[in-house]
Design a protein around this ligand. Sequence first.
Ligand code: HEM
Length: 431
Amino acid sequence: MKTWIRWAVINGLPGVVLRAQARRGNPLAQYLTDPAAREDPYPFGDRIRARGRLVAIPYSYVTADYELCRTVLRHKDFGVTPPEAFTVFKPVQRLIKATDLKIASPVEPPAMLMVDPPVHTRYRKLVAQAFTPRAVARLRDRISEVTTDLLDDLAQHENADLIEQFALLLPIAIISEILGIPAEKRDDLLDAGHAGSPLLDIGISWKTFRTANDALREAQDYLVEHIAELRANPGDNILSDLATGGELTDTELLYSAALIAGAGFETTVNLIGNGIMALHQHPEQLDLLRAEPARWPGAVEEILRYDSPVQMTARTALRDIEIAGVRIAKGEMVALLLGCANRDPKMFDNPNVFDVTRANAREHLSFSSGVHACLGASLARMEGAVALQALYDRFPNLRVADAPQRRGLLNLRGFQHIPVSTGVGARVAAG
Ligand code: HEM
């Protein structure tokens, strides 16, 4: 019953209101509810920018303006937006708090993503040590090794699904190793990540919400056991260090592990998948990369800018504040359309053109900005560059064989399946 009430207040009711608001022309509601936005969100961003840098909608605001998104993300007077901040009505906020399911969800406090400084600062400092560019550089060989193994497996198939057989398997292998999670548990982790991902969207169905929470509860039971085991027998991994360091409470540790586990693969799979599709649609860009492989890291930045794996976030005003000439009251929310902001022509020339040589591609907001800027950015960049370059080196005749299928989520933007012909059959025949 508690789960249903929570679904009703944070998804069921908002879904009904959003659909009504969309019909009345609310541009954020249209973005959130129109199935066309799941196919192609960028025209929605263009329309929002056409209405202004910061567009007022009932009780909140939306922006697809690059500069403004960055300003809000870096502003000390804006804080995170936990579920209760989606409404300004106090009784509803109380109901949301009262129905806290106490499930280690990446989008609920005390997950790092959902707490403000100074709590966030303490928390982040501890976890960040494991993800510095230097720490990640040490993972390069392991990332290459796993990639080679996966490509060896792919080479056994003339037809394959590049999401299920490649793009998903690399980040899940690496993040599992970082967390000391054994290989035989990876499928469970995958199932939990897939079931939990829709929680980043708004207005999801009761069935999806219930399945997501059941899956996260199961993952939580496992993580509690796993952390206890690491405390007793620490391994050479970050979760063991955090578990034995004694600086995070059990709850903080659990929520950190759940966030890192989910964020570690549910996003990077989309970087790799979106990259494969962008290169498929722009073969001349792939030719350029083949001629000049040193451009791969730049190409990864352009893939992130062109089709961001995370499309949006939100911030809530911590006090009354004026921004872009608009007065925002304490407690009001600003929806930040990161993916659409990456297509802002004021920042990126010809923003709808995919250009792996774009000089300022790295300025994208796909990893957010400010204190919550993605902790795994270096890792994701490295996985993306290693995976994509190795894939195209290994399979020069790779081609997308059938219509790819999108995941159907709004915030986590990516593909469920990318069926390809690896070209190995043709090579064997030719040889
Ligand atoms: C292409 C891949 C990735 C993308 C696009 C991405 C995107 C993001 C974004 C947009 C945020 C901030 C959201 C906000 O400001 O509200 C974020 C935060 C975070 N990401 Fe990533 N991420 C990726 C990969 C990863 C990986 C591989 C890890 C883990 C190893 C990771 C761990 C985190 C964590 C822990 C946070 C929370 C940081 C904080 O609140 O201080 N991410 N990510």
